[in-house]
Unconditional design. Sequence first.
Length: 189
Amino acid sequence: MSEADSHSSPPRVGQSDPRYDTTGEPSGRDAEFTAFYRAWTKPLVGFLVLQGASVVLAADLAQDAMAAIYRRWSEVEHPRAWVFKTASRALIRAVTTVRETPTAEPSEPSPLLRRPVTDIEKWEQQHEIVELVRRLPPRQRQVMAWTLYGHTPKEIAEQLGLSSEAVRSNLHHARTTLSTHLAREEDGR
């Protein structure tokens, strides 16, 4: 059975599905992807929120990026970097493209967004830093988001196609701005 067949048609009666083990859990390539998906979907959504996306848009973009990497799973050497870069680029395209705004809630809520309050929304509400990061200029916000998710300036430069000096400069300006805002808030309390 070819790889395409294993994803498009169910196994015949009496034939086991190679994607699952005897307990019904994913195995092989699907098990690796499932573990990756479970570990990195919520952090990816948070990463996109830090870059200025709404929670709903971030969840949609994260889902799209995860679907894209699943199709290329065997080709991608560094899945975390690949999915973060893909989602980040999709966010840039989404915010620079004019789209119609829906007027009603979707008929089926996304499983990534449980109601009444999602984990991500709680996180967003509890951390003032998200609002401060959102006030930064776009490039500083982007570099800060990558930094907050554990990437080094060198890695960020490679992923965004910038020089390391430009990344460090944006990071320095972002940190200076954030510390100034935090100091003002502390003085006001």
